[in-house]
Every structure is written in structure tokens, then in C-alpha cells.
Design a protein around this ligand. Structure first.
Ligand SMILES: [Cu+2]
Length: 538
């Protein structure tokens, strides 16, 4: 532990320099009186002129603001939201796609190997920081909650894209407030391409469709309602009764008779979807959290838990114009008080009616797909999608003794091994030697009087799921590289992680955002140094 403390101090000093570098920048933000929706290029230019240049030469340099705004979701009153707004300071403007009709943040598109600078300015009236979900970045760039900046202040991100092509995303990560901030609208996609992906020729442009699935609850004035007031509601997590796709209710995807690449992100706070086609054809899955699989796999249905992504090959070439189908969420059991009625309508926190209409595990349609146009183009599904580097399990330093992480509840508090989040606390078991591989086993078998699913997310690293045991619900896509893995009650999952390079403090936590906010989150610390990688971030 002593070694951990001294290394953390060293890293903190390094991070203080990061903070100092940002201080002038933040002050400018305050001088301009905070940024409204009218932030324009000239203000962005002033900001960029104020930042002392470093040797980091970005391919893409953007200013990203979190700020209050409003969008028209339903007829009548616009809905007050929080949203990300981007301006491109340098680089290809087509790489940042704003979605003016949606509360979702701009889609940021980058290619592997590119260097990215993001000048984040927080203009919502509480502390925030951005986490790049799924990206392999240095500790200081990962959006740890100890780096939160208050309203009017800024944080500078500079990193190189090391990830494989895939569907990643970004969202706030302040401790205790991630749930409400994501719910308010702060989330966006971060799509990485690479040469390997380009070479296989998947559907592109309008045939490559990102679909962010979220649930929301609105009052009669079209305003978002976020209730997680009492402990019981927090224990369950927030559940809305409107299913939104890309920020729209009742979403319909118009398509032609051809193949599509559908990239699905579950951006919900706590809702799990059991995805299936309404017309009962199997789902053809080509990618998961960390990009393309080696080859396509098929499932009758699949679970997509908060934070997870899945990419689907959808070929409509056999269908006729006018045909309509949909992606459904099938009903399922999620556990609950005494082990298991929630999916059938007995729910937690029912007194205030929060989950009354649509409990986790209820069945409903997520979005419709309507064939509106005939097109002759036939594109066949590539059978070799990508190469996935094998990691022999016996290379793990703890191959014979996987680290055990129990997902537990005590006194109305979700925890991991009985511990809850402390800003810089690391237990002995949470220290990892840089350059090693480890097996971690998560165990969701001991909930006691309350059982719930927990999607476990690891920051900093993509991992492999090497074993799943217990109840075996089916419908998992454990193939490929993952950063979030769902454990239903009664299940155990072993993951293999390569802590190859970046040292420092990273998080692992439940991605049920209400669980995360109540402290079902812990640090792990990668000890040792790797000079190459350290230099990368400065
Ligand atoms: Cu959880």
C-alpha cells in the first residue's frame, strides 16, 4: 500500500500540472460569462489562443461544452435538457456531427492512430467531467471523478486513439451525479474506424446507423422527470416509461431493400433490453463493445445492459417495400426482492409509482423499421470481420487464483466486496502490476434478500470474457472485446484483462448509474511505470 501512495502522489503532481495548464483557460470561461448556446467560433478561437501550446499536435481539436438547452421532443413545450455542444478548432469538421434535433451530444468520428484534443468546458450548474467509455487512454484522460471541474471551468484532454474500430461513447462521470447528468442528456457517440475495418467493406454513410436506446419519463409539461428519491428507488435504479432512440420517442428507421450496419448503444441509466426482431428472424451480430467480432454470430435474442454496445448486420434485401418490422425488448425476469418477481410487475419503489408502468424486464417495442425504398444493391455479409488477438489464459499471473469480486448488498447499499467508492482508496486486491495480465471473477450470487442484474464496466481496458457460469440466461454476446459485462442474479463471470501499459488510477463499477452513484464503484491502481506511455499524455 505504501508504494501505491507514493506513486499516487507522483501522479497527482503530474496531474496538478495538467490543472495549472487549464487554470487560465477556465478563467477565460468565467470572463465570458459562461457559454450559452450562442457560443461561436470567435469565442472558441479566443479560448484556443489562451492555451499554451504543447508538443501534442492534434489531428482533431474540438471544444466541447456541457450546457443547459432545450429540444422539441413532443408537441407543445420544449424539453429542458443538458447537452454537449462542440466546435471544431482544427481538423476535419465532418468528423463532428451535431444532432440539433436531439439532446444527444455530437457524434465524434476518429480513425485509429489519430491524436485528439478536447477542450471540455463545463457550463452546467454543478461539477462534471467526461469519461470516454471504452477508450484506452491514460489515467489522467479517463475522466476520473477526482478531476471534476465546476461550472465555468475546463479540463483539457489530449490522447491518441489506440482502440480498434468500434462504437464507443462519452458521458459525464462525477461521483454521485452521473445518473442525473446522463439522464439530463449528456451523452454522445465516439466512433472509431481503422484500416482493418475499412478493408472489409461494411455498409457506410447512411447505411451505417447509430441507435442510442434510452428510457425517459416526462411530466405533463414535457419536462424530464428524474426520480430516485428514496433508497428503494436507488436500489432498483431509474426506469422511464418512454423508450427513446437517438433522443426521439416512437422512433422509426426508414430503410431500403439492402444491408445495414446498426450500431446499438444502451445509454439508459438502469434499463436492460432483451433485443429481438419482431418477425423472429435471428439477430446477426458483427460487433460488441470493443469493435468487430472475428466472424458474425447469431442469436434469437440478446441482452444489452447499460453501457454495452452491439453491432447488428440487418439485411432487408428479401423484403418488399411497405414491410414493417421492429426491434423489440422481450419480457424477462430480473430478480428482485426475495428473488424474482420484478419482471412480472411486482416492483420496488412502487409507492411513488416510479416503475409502475414499465418495470425492468417488461416487454415492448423499441423502434420500428419500415422498408420505404427498393434498391438493387446486394452486399453480402463478410465472414471474416476482424482479427482478434488471442490471449492465452495461462499468461494471467493469477491463473490459478482469479481475484474475486462479490457484488453485494448490505443495509440498502450496493457494494463490491462490501466496499463502496472512496475517491482515492484502493484495497490491496485492487493493485495491479503494469505489464501483467489478470483474471478477475465477478460474482452475483450473494445478493441476499435482494437480487439484481449488474452490468460491470472496467475503465481503461478492453477485456475478454473467458467464462460465464451460474444461471445461464442465454442471450449474451461475450465474444470479442468487452468493457461492460452483464451479470444476472446467480451468475459468475471471469474476465481476462491485459494491464499492458497505462499506469495509474482507474475505475471499475456497476453501470446501473444509480448503483454507481450510490457507490457501487471502486478504484484499481496500475502500479509501475511505462515511460513511453507516460510521455504520451503530456
Ligand atoms: Cu448494479
Amino acid at each position: 500500500m505504501d508504494k501505491y501512495i507514493s506513486e499516487l502522489v507522483t501522479l497527482s503532481n503530474k496531474n496538478r500540472r495538467q490543472f495549472l495548464k487549464m487554470a487560465g483557460y477556465g478563467t477565460l470561461g468565467l470572463l465570458t460569462g459562461g457559454f450559452g448556446p450562442l457560443l461561436n467560433q470567435s469565442v472558441a478561437k479566443q479560448i484556443s489562443d489562451t492555451i499554451s501550446e504543447t508538443e501534442f499536435i492534434p489531428d482533431l481539436d474540438i471544444s466541447l461544452l456541457s450546457m443547459p438547452g432545450e429540444v422539441g421532443i413532443f408537441p407543445g413545450e420544449p424539453t429542458q435538457v443538458w447537452r454537449y455542444h462542440a466546435t471544431v478548432n482544427k481538423g476535419d469538421e465532418n468528423k463532428v456531427i451535431s444532432l440539433p434535433e436531439s439532446y444527444l451530444g455530437p457524434i465524434i468520428k476518429v480513425h485509429k492512430g489519430e491524436k485528439i484534443r478536447v477542450r471540455f468546458t463545463n457550463s452546467i450548474p454543478e461539477e462534471s467531467i467526461i469519461h470516454w467509455h471504452g477508450l484506452h487512454v491514460p489515467s489522467i484522460m479517463d475522466g476520473h471523478p477526482r478531476y471534476v471541474v465546476s461550472e465555468g471551468q475546463s479540463y483539457l484532454y489530449e490522447f491518441e486513439i489506440k482502440n480498434r474500430a468500434g462504437t464507443y461513447w462519452y458521458h459525464p462521470h462525477p461521483h454521485g451525479r452521473t445518473g442525473p447528468q446522463v439522464y439530463g442528456g449528456l451523452a454522445g457517440l465516439f466512433l472509431v474506424s481503422d484500416d482493418e475495418e475499412k478493408a472489409i467493406g461494411l455498409p457506410e454513410d447512411e447505411f451505417d446507423v447509430p441507435l442510442v436506446i434510452q428510457d425517459r419519463k416526462f411530466n405533463q409539461d414535457n419536462q424530464l422527470v428524474y426520480t430516485s428519491g428514496n433508497r428503494m428507488e436507488q436500489m432498483t435504479g431509474f426506469l422511464g416509461d418512454w423508450i427513446m432512440v437517438n433522443g426521439e420517442p416512437d422512433f422509426t428507421l426508414p430503410v431500403s431493400t439492402r444491408a445495414y450496419r446498426l450500431r446499438l448503444l444502451n445509454g439508459s441509466n438502469s434499463r436492460i433490453y432483451k433485443l429481438a426482431w419482431k418477425d423472429e428472424r435471428p439477430l446477426t451480430i458483427i460487433g460488441t463493445d470493443g469493435g468487430l467480432l472475428e466472424m458474425p454470430v447469431q442469436r434469437e435474442y440478446l441482452f444489452l445492459s447499460p453501457g454495452e454496445r452491439v453491432e447488428i448486420w440487418a439485411d432487408f434485401s428479401d423484403y418488399s417495400v411497405g414491410y414493417e418490422t421492429s426491434i423489440e425488448s422481450l419480457p424477462f425476469e430480473v430478480g428482485g426482492m426475495g428473488g424474482g418477481m420484478m419482471g412480472r410487475g411486482m416492483m420496488m419503489g412502487g409507492r411513488n409509482g416510479q416503475n409502475q408502468n414499465l418495470p425492468n424486464g417488461a416487454g415492448f417495442s423499441i423502434f420500428k423499421v419500415k422498408i420505404i425504398k427498393y434498391e438493387k444493391k446486394y452486399q453480402s455479409l463478410p465472414q471474416n470481420l476482424s482479427e482478434i488477438r488471442p490471449i492465452p489464459e495461462d499468461e494471467a499471473v493469477n491463473f490459478y487464483r482469479p481475484k474475486q469480486f462479490y457484488l453485494t448488498m448490505r443495509r440498502m447499499q450496493w457494494s463490491i466486496n462490501g466496499r463502496i467508492f472512496q475517491m482515492e482508496e484502493v484495497a490491496d486486491q485492487e493493485i495491479v502490476q503494469i505489464g501483467t495480465k489478470e483474471i478477475w471473477e465477478f460474482n452475483n450470487t450473494g445478493g441476499g434478500m435482494m437480487n439484481m442484474p449488474h452490468p460491470i464496466h472496467l475503465h481503461g481496458q478492453q477485456f475478454r470474457v473467458i467464462e460465464r457460469s451460474g444461471v445461464m440466461h442465454g442471450g449474451y454476446v461475450d465474444e470479442g472485446w468487452k468493457d461492460t459485462v452483464l451479470l444476472m442474479p446467480g451468475e459468475r463471470v471471469k474476465i481476462l484483462v491485459d494491464f499492458g501499459d497505462y499506469p495509474g488510477l482507474f475505475l471499475y463499477h456497476c453501470h446501473n448509474l444509480e448503483h454507481e452513484d450510490m457507490g457501487m464503484m471502486r478504484n484499481y491502481f496500475v502500479t509501475g511505470s511505462n515511460n513511453n506511455q507516460l510521455n504520451n499524455s503530456t
